[in-house]
Design a protein. Structure first.
Length: 217
């Protein structure tokens, strides 16, 4: 029996189920663990402030995704053999996620206004963001969701080559990338809005109950 009153066999099954559903996360110790905790606390405080005050929609959603990606790349290894090892590419992906958010927010309204005709820098950064999100999804949810997402992206790019009734007029790479991350209808659409305004608050509340022991009561 462990300290929670659960026998070891049941605990192993629970751990295996959590690993399967949520990915095999790192278990860091020391300074790195404190850094990740500090970022998570900062993210929580930001969303609590957003729930109390008015934060512009673009800033809220972009910041939310950037912080989630930052934590994902530091908390979930690229593969099982790198578990509990912080690799340079994890740091690169995490910092890159924040840098992309800074690029988007620093562009102001002009950035979103040119979503129909993004420049080459916009397209490259947009592709990088899409790849980072796909990698984050792979680390936490596996290849099934990544495959489905890639199929939809390929359909948008090459659907004009398909026979009726699946054909459409086709979308260029610049238009697709511009729509995906330079508007509030692609990556930063309804799903992220719900995550950044509702789900995150319930998550914080659940963590508070668990930490204080009120959940057991």
């Amino acid at each position: 029996m462990n300290q929670n009153g659960i026998d070891n066999e049941t605990q192993e099954k629970l751990d295996a189920f959590i690993k399967q559903e949520e990915g095999d996360s790192n278990d860091y110790k020391g300074l790195l663990a404190k850094l990740i905790t500090l970022v998570a606390v900062g993210m929580s405080l930001f969303h609590l402030y957003a729930a109390y005050s008015i934060v512009p929609t673009q800033q809220l959603r972009v910041t939310h995704v950037a912080l989630v990606l930052f934590l994902v790349f530091l908390s979930f290894p690229i593969s099982a053999r790198f578990k509990n090892k912080l690799m340079f590419w994890d740091v690169l992906f995490a910092v890159g996620s924040v840098a992309i958010a800074y690029y988007m927010l620093s562009g102001g309204e002009d950035f979103m206004d040119r979503n129909t005709s993004p420049n080459s820098t916009d397209v490259m950064i947009g592709i990088a963001l899409i790849l980072l999100i796909l990698e984050g999804v792979r680390r936490t949810n596996g290849m099934v969701l990544v495959t489905v997402t890639l199929l939809f992206l390929l359909y948008a790019l090459f659907g004009n080559y398909l026979p009726a009734p699946w054909t459409h007029k086709g979308y260029g790479l610049d238009r697709l990338v511009g729509y995906m991350y330079m508007t509030l209808e692609g990556i930063y659409g309804t799903a992220v809005d719900v995550s950044a305004t509702l789900i995150i608050l319930f998550t914080i509340f659940g963590a508070f109950l668990q930490f204080t022991g009120a959940g057991k009561f």
